[in-house]
Design a binder for this molecule. Structure first.
Ligand code: NAD
Length: 253
């Protein structure tokens, strides 16, 4: 494992489990101090323990990314620990689905509040800190292939992730003058819980060149690249980590 992030101060939202957990482990393995932020205190503590067992550094943080004061407190905790914030990964999100015709306002608002407004709040609070400390920083969003094309039951989820992709682009433009890069990784079907089974459903497999779930660690590797100096001329982009899912057209020949 390279040590591209030695001495950097990072935070990752939703890092108590799943993709966020893998990103926190990866950034810590590359040398960053990671603030493991999650609404689930126990899950955050578990990730911190796992990181500590590898000999790397991390601290747990309770956050609800839908609440401005909670996000501001998370940023303040990162700064209190390390004196600055270099890397912010906004990953917390839900993938809940509902049929369009019967979708309630409550459902729509809940998905958008967490996946899009939460990402806006995290992006704004972390960018303000990066500007206040003299500029420089990297913000990485976790989008989804569902933000790139439509999907059954995914009107709210897909809209939230499509919005997140444009947020990434617009922030990249406005924050470039502060030397803050903003990019997103867009996972395809990723096995983050046993509930998802061993393989994606046949309808997904039919247009999945690599014909398997992604692993959270494979998404984390892309997030780490976007957080590292190695990607110094990359901003405003969305990197698919999806086994070719979003580029596949006709699969027979
Ligand atoms: N797993 C996939 O197949 C997949 C595919 C594409 C995109 N994604 C995206 O990746 C991200 C992570 O997904 P995952 O599969 O790891 O999910 P997950 O449910 O395994 O983990 C999400 C984490 O976010 C936390 N969280 C939920 N609400 C929060 C809040 N208000 N504030 C702070 N933390 C909160 C949860 O406690 C949990 O630890 C999401 O944004 C999701 O949309 C996942």
């Amino acid at each position: 494992m390279s040590r591209r992030l030695t001495g950097q101060s990072a935070l990752v939202t939703g890092s108590g489990r799943g993709i966020g957990r893998a990103i926190a482990l990866r950034l810590a393995a590359e040398g960053a101090h990671v603030l493991v932020a999650d609404i689930d205190r126990q899950a955050a503590a578990d990730t911190v323990r796992e990181i500590a067992e590898t000999g790397a550094a991390a601290t747990a943080c309770h956050v609800d990314v839908t609440q401005r004061a909670s996000v501001a407190a998370m940023v303040a905790q990162a700064v209190a620990l390390r004196g600055r914030l270099d890397i912010a990964v906004s990953n917390a999100g839900i993938m809940d689905r509902a049929p369009f015709l019967t979708m309630t306002d409550e459902f729509w608002n809940h998905v958008l509040a967490l996946n899009l407004s939460g990402a806006f709040i995290c992006g704004q609070e972390t960018a303000r800190q990066m500007v206040a400390q003299g500029g420089g920083g990297r913000i990485v969003y976790v989008a989804s292939n569902s933000g790139i094309f439509g999907g059954r039951g995914r009107a709210a989820y897909g809209a939230s992730k499509a919005g997140l992709i444009n947020l990434t682009q617009s922030m990249a433009i406005e924050l470039a003058e502060h030397d803050i890069r903003v990019n997103a990784v867009a996972p395809g079907p990723t096995r983050t819980s046993a509930a998802q089974g061993d393989v994606p459903p046949p309808s997904v497999m039919a247009r999945m060149p690599m014909a398997r779930f992604g692993r959270p660690e494979e998404v984390a590797a892309v997030a780490a690249f976007l957080a590292a100096e190695e990607s110094s001329f990359v901003t405003g982009h969305v990197y698919g980590a999806d086994g070719g899912y979003t580029v596949a057209g006709m699969m027979e020949g």
